[in-house]
Design a protein around this ligand. Structure first.
Ligand SMILES: NC(=O)c1ccc[n+]([C@@H]2O[C@H](COP(=O)([O-])OP(=O)(O)OC[C@H]3O[C@@H](n4cnc5c(N)ncnc54)[C@H](OP(=O)(O)O)[C@@H]3O)[C@@H](O)[C@H]2O)c1
Length: 279
């Protein structure tokens, strides 16, 4: 029995892969190159190239559970449906989908995949986490270092930022337990934080002033676009920030199923090297 992790070298699959390895589960990491860090086994797989969909099953005939991480395009449903259909044909019995807190089953983006899984005769879990701590060490890091700011369209809205290590613990159980405990757990971190508060926290940890730059939807979209994000995906990200501004993440927090234990402050303390600026 082998577990395939799509998005295998990404933010959420990385700690999940470690937990599976420690538990001596057979695990294979999929990404576009098939190159993965030691001691993991990698396999080449590209959501946008259907000719790669059978490669994982050709190399590992016993894959029976899959962790699904969507490609970074807005219309992810067609390729994800096509691959899920191949996987079911190959004998996969369980899927764990990385969705998102604010996405209901049947809603946009991964909400469509969630709904499709619900129509199939398979076991599944749609993880619905809030925003990841790791955004600050990856996507936001260059901007923090070049402009000493974090930017958002979230105004004073608060977010239950959560560690991917806490998410991985939920994903691990959903992949490994005999019976899945929650079908669509909303996962948040231990505190609700505004971007002003996060900037203050970074300021204290880094010992230099970091500000929260408040952007209009248009400006935010321009920035995402300039960073190489497809235009429709940038529109979705702007919408998500406007939902934060409107209190959607605060409401989500009130009905969470899992509250992570790791704090953003401890994460900042552990990663100060990422935001170090040479004198
Ligand atoms: N970031 C957040 O705050 C947050 C919050 C809630 C939900 N989410 C959701 O989480 C998902 C992203 O998960 P993540 O952050 O764990 O992933 P990630 O860090 O964005 O990593 C993407 C992974 O997918 C691989 N990949 C990229 N394009 C691919 C393609 N076309 N075919 C196959 N593999 C591909 C990458 O490897 P290669 O590039 O080497 O192929 C990498 O392993 C998104 O759907 C997002 O909406 C994110």
């Amino acid at each position: 029995m082998t577990i395939l992790l799509t998005g295998g070298t990404g933010k959420s699959a990385t700690p999940l892969a470690t937990l599976l390895l420690e538990a001596k589960q057979s695990v294979v990491l999929a990404n576009r190159s098939g190159r993965v860090p030691e001691p993991f086994e990698g396999v080449r797989f590209d959501w946008l190239d259907p000719s790669t969909y059978t490669i994982p099953f050709d190399s590992h005939g016993d894959i029976d559970r899959i962790y699904l991480v969507a490609p970074g395009i807005l219309d992810m449903f067609p390729p994800m449906k096509a691959f899920i259909d191949v996987a079911v044909q190959k004998g996969v019995k369980r899927f764990v989908l990385m969705s998102a807190g604010v996405l209901e089953m049947g809603g946009p983006a991964m909400g469509q995949v969630h709904q499709y899984l619900n129509t199939l005769n398979v076991e599944y879990c749609a993880l619905r986490p809030s925003w990841f701590f790791e955004n600050f060490t990856l996507e936001y890091a260059d901007r923090i270092n070049s402009h000493n700011d974090i930017f958002s369209g979230a105004e004073d809205g608060q977010v239950g930022y959560v560690s991917t290590e806490d998410i991985a613990e939920v994903a691990f159980k959903a992949l490994v337990d005999d019976v899945i405990e929650h079908n669509n757990p909303v996962i948040v971190g231990p505190e609700l934080l505004s971007y002003d508060k996060i900037a203050e926290m970074l300021t204290k940890v880094l010992g230099r002033k970091i500000t929260h730059t408040r952007l209009t939807g248009d400006k935010l979209k321009q920035l995402f676009f300039a960073q190489g994000m497809p235009e429709d995906y940038a529109d979705m990200m702007v919408t998500l920030d406007s939902w934060v501004a409107g209190g959607a993440e605060q409401q989500l927090y009130q009905r969470s199923d899992v509250v992570g234990k790791r704090t953003l402050h401890a994460f900042f303390e552990a990663n100060t090297e990422v935001w170090r600026i040479e004198d």
